[in-house]
Design a protein around this ligand. Structure first.
Ligand code: SF4
Length: 271
């Protein structure tokens, strides 16, 4: 047989391969039987082991579980309505602290006594003005009268004192614990109305005739205002004796208890 040169061999081989490809042969590496058993589609051939893909980094603000993908809530602090009311009351209290409308009261006060309690209280107690201890501490109803009021709220009505709001007709102590004058009460009225606008109590209990006549803008004595439910801008108002009067006249506590029972019935706390 004639010996072919390397160049000729390459030529004949490439011619032969082209003939095979034109005839439809695709796999030149195996015998025909092996080729028939293997898939013709290259994608079905065994693939080299896949390189492990690195786990995606967990996003810091996303919770990932197989079932659920929840975006975490914003971490920015959102002020609650309670915070807004407390803030509004603090702003009024700051104005009160600067107030000098009543020269006779300003000259004698240690500090103003704004009010205290739950900004969301359903029930608000209103007295007439701060006494010596309230003036010293800046908190309403903290002396002997305050202790009796606390007992009326907690032992009588079974409520927590912190759950109600307590304030006065005037926010500065009248000298020698005299009654506030009408002009002083009128001067301080915008602060009272603004406070009640923020707290929005459904029920108000006026403690004594100064509170009752000034809030309701009537001239009737407390004896006539008791026993009836009055209205202040949609809030139900019950009037009773001031705790200081009850300390001086203990028999009147029976009538005061009847007033509290009327209030409790209105509030749905008593049948
Ligand atoms: S009683 Fe009221 S109006 Fe008068 S000085 Fe005090 S805060 Fe002002």
């Amino acid at each position: 047989m004639e010996k072919l040169s390397k160049t000729s061999l390459n030529y004949y081989l490439s011619e032969y391969l082209e003939d095979l490809m034109r005839a439809g042969v695709k796999d030149f590496r195996r015998t025909p039987s092996q080729a028939a058993q293997t898939p013709s589609d290259e994608s079905e051939l065994p693939q080299p082991a896949a390189k492990p893909t690195p786990k995606p980094k967990r996003e810091p603000d996303v919770q990932t579980t197989p079932e659920l993908r929840v975006v975490a809530p914003q971490t920015k602090k959102v002020e609650s309505p309670e915070d807004e009311r407390a803030k509004a009351l603090a702003e009024i209290a700051a104005q009160v602290a600067q107030c000098k409308f009543c020269p006779n009261l300003v000259a004698n006060r240690t500090q103003t006594v704004f009010g205290s309690g739950d900004p969301y209280a359903e029930l608000c107690f209103i007295g007439e003005g701060p006494g010596a201890e309230e003036d010293a501490r800046g908190v309403p109803f903290v002396g002997r009268s305050g202790q009796l009021l606390t007992d009326m709220i907690e032992k009588g009505m079974k409520l927590k004192r912190e759950s109600v709001f307590i304030c006065n007709i005037v926010r500065c102590r009248p000298p020698q614990n005299r009654n506030p004058e009408r002009q002083e009460a009128d001067n301080c009225r915008p602060f009272l109305d603004a406070t009640l606008d923020v707290v929005k109590p459904k029920y108000i209990c006026c403690l004594g005739s100064i509170a009752a006549t000034n809030l309701l803008k009537v001239d009737s004595p407390i004896g006539k205002l008791r026993g009836t439910v009055h209205d202040y801008n949609g809030a139900k108002v019950v009037c009773t004796y001031h705790p200081a009067y009850l300390l001086r006249n203990p028999p009147a506590k029976k009538q005061a208890w009847e007033d509290l029972q009327l209030l409790m019935r209105e509030m749905g706390l008593l049948e």
